[in-house]
Design a protein around this ligand. Structure first.
Ligand SMILES: *Cc1c(COP(=O)(O)O)cnc(C)c1O
Length: 225
């Protein structure tokens, strides 16, 4: 896409978003030039799903970009992103959280993290079931991990045209967020992020209380892969 088109897409999206909703431009599979076009339009939050790609882009692009990791995170790749990652959206096991904590300690920082919740009907999507999420928090080890900070949850809805199904899934995520916040984070105002909503469903996600939407194709078009 042309740089002007990308900049326009960003502006149009921003104009529709309520206050308090953070727009994350999902730049996976798109080149540095596309990111620079969005950056020039004032965009600072970007999402990537591959640690190796992110590593290259992070070195190439302006240092005040806030990079969000939104893909499946392999333990052996954490070291590449630990020094600078702004928010990891895709924690789906205690083991992964422990690994992130270890690399965050080496990098001498505290890494904000979200628990990825599986709410969709598809089998293929990663994430904790609500029950697994409750179990992870109840088990309590996470309290001892001082180099991570749990900030909220992330979820993806089913890939369907059935609006009521998507609404139901986002409502489930919101109810889980409220439940775990009051049980485990009532004294932790930083537990305040619901990362939900992509190009096709972000208005529904915002209606259900999403605070961070992750938009790729509406900004950058379909990736050429
Ligand atoms: C690719 C991706 C997005 C963006 O999807 P679009 O439909 O292109 O907006 C959002 N979240 C995750 C986790 C993704 O992998």
């Amino acid at each position: 896409m042309k740089p002007e088109t990308i900049a326009n897409n960003i502006r149009k999206l921003r104009a529709t978003l309520p206050d308090g909703v953070t727009l994350i431009a999902v730049s996976k599979y798109h080149p540095a030039e596309a990111i620079e076009a969005a950056y020039a339009a004032g965009q600072r939050d970007f999402g990537e799903s591959k640690a190796q790609d992110l590593r290259v882009k992070q070195q190439q692009l302006p240092q005040d970009i806030r990079w969000h990791f939104i893909g499946h995170l392999q333990s052996n790749k954490i070291k590449y992103i630990a020094p600078y990652i702004h928010l990891i959206h895709s924690i789906d096991s205690l083991r992964l959280l422990q690994e992130v904590n270890k690399h965050a300690a080496k990098a001498e920082r505290v890494i904000p993290c979200l628990l990825q919740i599986h709410i969709a009907q598809e089998e293929t999507k990663f994430g904790l079931t609500p029950q697994e999420c409750r179990a992870l928090l109840d088990e309590g080890t996470w309290h001892t991990l001082h180099n991570i900070q749990l900030r909220g949850i992330m979820c993806m809805s089913s890939n369907t045209d059935d609006t009521s199904q998507i609404e139901k899934e986002f409502a489930t995520a919101r109810a889980l967020f409220d439940e775990i916040r009051s049980k485990h984070f009532s004294n932790a105002p930083h537990f305040n992020i619901i990362s939900a909503g992509m190009s096709d469903d972000y208005p529904l996600a915002i209606a259900a209380g999403s605070t961070h939407i992750r938009i790729g194709s509406t900004i950058f078009g379909e990736p050429e892969i």
